[in-house]
Design a protein around this ligand. Structure first.
Ligand SMILES: [Zn+2]
Length: 412
């Protein structure tokens, strides 16, 4: 409950003249909208606002009334003035106002979310109100777009990316729109972006996972990037590592299993990775050795064994090491052959580390090099740029898959 008290209407007017609270608290925390009750006392009148959007600091708990609410209170106060003797009044804030976007799809959304700072102002004056209103979906919606070849799913980080529908006749995209994932694992798209989507199949995908708003937006990278322009797209190496983190978090959330291993060393290795400039052997091998340490060594074998059991792997796991265990997890969903292909980039990464770090006898290194040359259709092993870029794309695809795919039945 939020309590506000004013000695007269003049004080109320003064307080809310040009009122537009910020999205960040003095303490550094983010304000997010919560639906609560506000009790506003103006002189001898008490107005109770039910279902009122309140901005609450997620760190220190400080609260402000949503900035679009004071005009409603003001109006109620004046109606109230014409009924002397009546000092208590209740009002509610509508949540079901509809906007001029994505009308065909008729998505669920909450019009009170316009109280999130920035959602009701638009840099582009041709956009009418509601363009930047968040619409919420179950995270599983991503899996639909990921598994269908007519669409393309890209992650810029663990919780921010875009979805596109591939175009025909040489056009790259029919539509392409950004999405974010919030702390409750809801996928967020903006109503104005959704307006571009006209085809029935895409609408059906989205509609079947459309859920009520949880009002969380400010903390997301989607908000920081799209409404505040604070985000720069990380390099692919960093995106791979962020998606690895996202996969571990998902496993922890769904099964209570911790896949992390040697995290301190991994954080150190992360700092050594930089975008290659001339793709020399030194640059490429440095990143490959570091990535092998992060992706192949930085995963718990015991955790993977637990995960195998949790998703119903029935094979004998004895003697299996990390990559084979991960493969067994994927096989429960994709079958053995496809699982081997999905996980193969991690074997290639390890092969490459062996080549660059000279960890095996010369003959074995030669064989590993030949396998790499054949896989990536190189003229020679020293085509480092082609080799490196192909491997990064494969690893990115693999971790995108792990971040989106649903294993077992218990994960919700
Ligand atoms: Zn605060």
């Amino acid at each position: 409950m939020l309590n506000l008290c004013f000695k007269d209407i003049a004080e109320f007017e003064k307080q809310f003249d040009g009122y537009y609270p910020t999205d960040q608290c003095e303490c550094g925390g983010n304000f997010e909208i919560e639906i609560s009750t506000a009790q506003v006392q103006i002189a001898d009148k008490t107005i109770t606002v039910n279902e009122c959007p309140v901005q609450k600091c997620q760190k220190c708990g400080k609260q402000f009334i949503g900035h679009r609410i004071p005009p409603n209170i003001y109006q109620t106060y004046h109606q109230f003035q014409s009924h002397p003797g009546n000092n208590i009044c209740m009002m509610s804030i509508r949540s079901d106002i509809r906007f001029e976007y994505a009308k065909k799809a008729d998505f669920k959304y909450d019009s009170r979310d316009l109280n999130i700072p920035g959602c009701d102002v638009d840099m582009d004056p041709t956009n009418t109100e509601g363009f930047s209103l968040p619409v919420y979906f179950d995270r599983k919606v991503l899996n639909n777009f990921y598994t269908d070849d007519d669409y393309e799913l890209d992650f810029f980080s663990e919780s921010y990316g875009d979805i596109g529908k591939k175009g025909t006749n040489g056009w790259p995209y029919e539509w392409k729109i950004p999405f974010g994932i919030d702390a409750n694992d809801k996928v967020i798209l903006f109503l104005g972006d959704l307006d571009q989507i006209e085809d029935d199949r895409s609408i059906m995908f989205l509609k079947s996972y459309n859920v009520p708003s949880d009002h969380i937006l400010v903390e997301t990278e989607l908000y920081q990037a799209q409404l505040k322009c604070i985000f720069s797209q990380p390099i692919i190496e960093e995106r791979i590592i962020l998606l690895r983190d996202g996969f571990y978090k998902k496993v922890n959330r769904c099964y209570g299993i911790d896949l992390s291993h040697l995290e301190n060393e991994i954080n150190e290795k992360r700092t050594t990775i930089t975008k290659p400039v001339s793709y020399t052997e030194r640059e490429v091998s440095g990143n490959i050795v570091a990535l092998d340490g992060i992706l192949n060594e930085g995963i718990s074998q015991d955790g993977l064994k637990e995960l195998c059991k949790a998703v119903g792997v029935t094979d004998n796991l004895k003697g299996l090491r990390t990559r084979k265990l991960l493969q067994a997890v994927i096989a429960t969903k994709e079958g053995a052959e496809k699982a081997a292909a999905i996980v193969a980039p991690l074997f290639r990464l390890n092969d490459l580390r062996v080549c660059f770090a000279h960890l095996l006898p010369a003959d074995d290194i030669q064989k590993a090099k030949e396998r790499i040359v054949e896989t990536y259709k190189l003229d020679s092993f020293t085509e480092y740029r082609k080799l490196y870029e192909a491997l990064m794309n494969e690893l990115y695809e693999l971790y995108k898959y792990l971040n989106v795919a649903e294993f077992g039945n218990t994960c919700t």
